[in-house]
Design a protein around this ligand. Structure first.
Ligand code: CP
Ligand code: NVA
Length: 304
């Protein structure tokens, strides 16, 4: 594993290795054992979109690993925002940093950074993928359910970055995955192609009730993602009927978990009551961003 750009770059072994290291680092942290695996190393954090969790967890994570993280605003502060080429940004940062995390729009920009920088690149969210989030999600499910194999994961909502990465990650981990997306908001064609190899372990439908039937985990994401704010009204109308709420969860297993990558727009993709009932799981998932990303960093930059 040289970079983490999308879930399909990983092998199943690499995926489980990340989860195992993440569990280990979490246990260390809880027990107060320091693990300065990246002492003297530095990580650039490039952000072309807003963030709370990704930014904070990478910064704190690098600190806990004994390294340094720099936040770089790609819109207003970096030359990248004023026309410098991504390949020149890559070749520059690769000379200073031991690794780069990027949150941006185009997946091709993250791929170009990996191609040109000469250091490990981590995708901290693009329009296509959010692998760091899915690693934390899988870690959380395994923690609560004891295993991933055979669990049914149902994603309800917009078939964009989260859905794309969850489908690939869930199937790779041995889960059964049902994606429920309204017409015109289906996951990427590449992801649907990937899922074909898993036969009936994957289903795509427009019917939340069918998708949530017997689910062990129900997952949702905002209807209005970064970059789609102008379509707010249209999207709210289009996604009506796709809310994760108590009525929908009545069809899932009685001990069904509810996860959300956050930020949530409560009352839209998830009912307030449902969010609060599952808040412990959702915020454990948020915490696990820290541990899962530290595992990725330790593997990519520290040879774990
Ligand atoms: N889930 C997630 O990536 O959150 P942020 O946008 O706050 O980083
Ligand atoms: N789909 C959301 C995910 C945020 C973590 C977005 O792209 O904004």
């Amino acid at each position: 594993m040289k970079h983490l750009l999308k879930m399909s770059d990983l092998t199943r072994e690499e995926l489980f290795h990340i989860l195992d290291v993440a569990d280990e680092l979490k246990a260390d942290r809880k027990a107060g054992r320091a693990h300065p695996l990246l002492a003297g190393k530095s990580l650039a954090l490039i952000f072309a979109k807003p963030s709370t969790r990704t930014r904070a967890s990478f910064q704190v994570g690098m600190y806990q690993l004994g390294g340094l993280a720099h936040y770089l605003n790609a819109v207003t502060e970096m030359q990248l925002g004023y026309g410098e080429a991504i390949e020149d940004t890559a070749r520059t940062l690769g000379r200073y940093y031991d690794g780069i995390m990027i949150r941006t729009y185009k997946q091709s920009d993250a791929e170009a950074l990996a191609q040109w920088s000469g250091v490990p690149v981590i995708n901290g969210l693009t329009d296509y993928a959010h692998p760091c989030q899915v690693l934390a999600d899988l870690m959380t499910i395994r923690e609560k359910k004891g295993r991933l194999e055979g669990q049914k994961l149902c994603f309800v909502g917009d078939g964009n970055n989260m859905a794309n990465s969850l489908i690939v990650g869930g199937l790779m981990a041995g889960m059964q995955v049902s994606a429920v997306c309204p017409e015109g908001c289906e996951p990427s064609r590449t992801v649907l192609e990937y899922a074909k190899a898993y036969g009936d372990k994957f289903t795509l439908s427009t019917d939340p009730k069918a998708g949530a039937q017997g689910a062990d985990v129900v997952y949702t994401d905002a209807w209005i993602s970064t970059g789609s704010e102008e379509e707010q009204l249209l999207r709210r109308r289009h996604f009506r009927g796709y809310q994760v709420n108590e009525e929908l969860l009545a069809l899932a297993k009685p001990d069904c978990m509810v996860l959300h990558c956050l930020p949530a727009r409560k009352g839209e993709e998830i009912a307030v009551e449902t969010f609060e009932r599952h808040a412990d799981e959702i915020f454990e998932e948020t915490e696990n961003r820290l541990h899962a990303q530290k595992a990725v960093l330790a593997i990519l930059m520290g040879g774990r």
